[in-house]
Design a protein around this ligand. Structure first.
Ligand code: C5P
Length: 393
């Protein structure tokens, strides 16, 4: 709930600005007070009257009028959270450059509240190196990103750059303002399989759906953690309020995890491929008549859990998963020692766990073994998140 929270909603210029109207309503339904700042470009897409009606507050769209009424400093200080939704490419550039040429720019420089941005733009604009650099700058400054989603655009095109849905933006606001037990902690989660290329069209993979890892990321975010989810290729939607980094291979996953450090905790739930093809073919391997099947030479992949467990910037709490088909607890205890982590969540994957909805795990640590009953993966996640909060408290 957002009872009593004050949210400053900056609406910049994008056709997706209509979603900001719905968002204002959702935030108010949760008890927040919402004040809108409409940029000149934003006003080409939604009207100040609509925003005023949906926020039941005055709308601020003119730096000089705002100075007369309340002042950008007071407006910036009023907010518990500043949310730029939609954030256009030009707004991200202005933020990265610290431009104070309009009311929104002044507020974004003056505020000490957390800032969230929900980008919306054409995929080519999102993927442009200039935008990528601006996003990196803003992330490094602690600005939180909500999305963008991938999908259909207003123009007949599709790709990353779509403004996330109002419900997901609302979830992200709740997480950012949460007074949950993990507030202020940064937790890294790995999820999904990895894909190890054989040639440009073929790869080696496994049956991991990412359901457990993604549920853990979502559960940690609900307790107020800042979560970086490093995910292999999955069909799962991004959990709300979580920073998602998409990778394909084990080596990319390790690099993304190291780039996300420092972290207070790391939950390695990904089913990382143990081996990769030693030499990925540059061209598609051809079926030559009479030549028989190719022999693939394999190479060992880095062990992400083991690497992070001895890392110079080791997270305080390292949690691994162990998928076993026999002697589940014994193998998990051996793995705990071998990998140098603090807990192993051991599960029996001889049934339908991999890719399934439920999980039966044993939490194995130096203190002993806890057997958890079989339950949906979301409940395993919620319970684990609470244990993580206790351990990091
Ligand atoms: O050795 P095994 O694959 O059974 O260990 C499983 C645990 O180790 C999981 O937490 C998994 O995410 C992690 N792991 C890893 N990097 C690897 C292999 C496994 O992080 N290359």
């Amino acid at each position: 709930m957002l009872q009593g929270r004050r949210i400053l909603l900056i609406v910049s210029g994008s056709v997706a600005a209509f979603k900001a109207l719905m968002l204002a309503r959702l935030l108010r339904e949760e008890g927040a007070t919402v004040r809108a700042v409409l940029t000149a470009a934003g006003a080409r897409f939604v009207t100040r009257e609509s925003l005023a009606a949906l926020t039941a507050e005055p709308v601020f769209d003119d730096l000089w009028a705002a100075e007369a009424e309340i002042g950008h400093i007071r407006l910036a200080r009023w907010a518990d959270l500043v949310l730029v939704a939609p954030a256009s490419a030009s707004r991200l550039a202005a933020m990265a450059g610290g431009l104070a040429t309009d009311l929104a720019g002044c507020i974004l420089l003056a505020t000490r509240a957390p800032v969230l941005v929900a980008p919306a733009m054409n995929p080519a604009m999102w993927e442009h190196p200039a935008t990528e650099a601006n996003v990196a700058t803003l992330r490094a400054r602690g600005v939180g990103f909500i999305g963008p989603d991938s999908g259909a655009m207003a123009e007949p095109e599709s790709g990353p750059g779509r403004l996330v849905e109002p419900e997901a933006m609302c979830d992200a606001v709740r997480a950012a303002l949460s007074d949950g037990p993990l507030r202020g902690q940064h937790i890294l989660v790995t999820s999904g399989p990895t894909h190890e290329p054989i040639d440009p069209v073929r790869y080696i993979a496994n049956r991991s759906s990412g359901r457990q890892g993604h549920a853990i990321a979502a559960a940690l975010a609900r307790l107020g953690a800042r979560v970086t989810l490093v995910s292999g290729p999955v069909a799962m939607p991004d959990p709300a309020g979580v920073q998602v980094v998409r990778v394909e291979t084990a080596r990319e996953m390790l690099a993304a995890c190291e780039a996300a450090l420092p972290a207070d905790g790391a939950i390695c739930a990904a089913a990382v491929a143990d081996w990769r093809v030693a030499r990925e073919a540059g061209q598609k391997l051809k079926k030559e008549p009479g030549a028989g099947a190719p022999v693939l030479e394999m190479a060992l992949n880095p062990d992400i859990l083991a690497t992070l467990s001895v890392h110079a910037r080791r997270p305080r709490l390292m949690v691994g998963f162990a998928a076993e088909t026999e002697q589940v607890v014994e193998h998990a205890q051996a793995k705990l020692a071998r990998k140098g982590c603090d807990w192993i969540m051991a599960n029996d994957v001889s049934g339908d766990v991999m890719g399934g909805m439920e999980n039966a795990v044993h939490l194995v640590s130096a203190e002993g073994v806890e057997d958890w009953p079989r339950m949906p993966k979301e409940e395993v996640a919620a319970r684990l998140a609470l244990r993580v909060a206790e351990a990091l408290a």
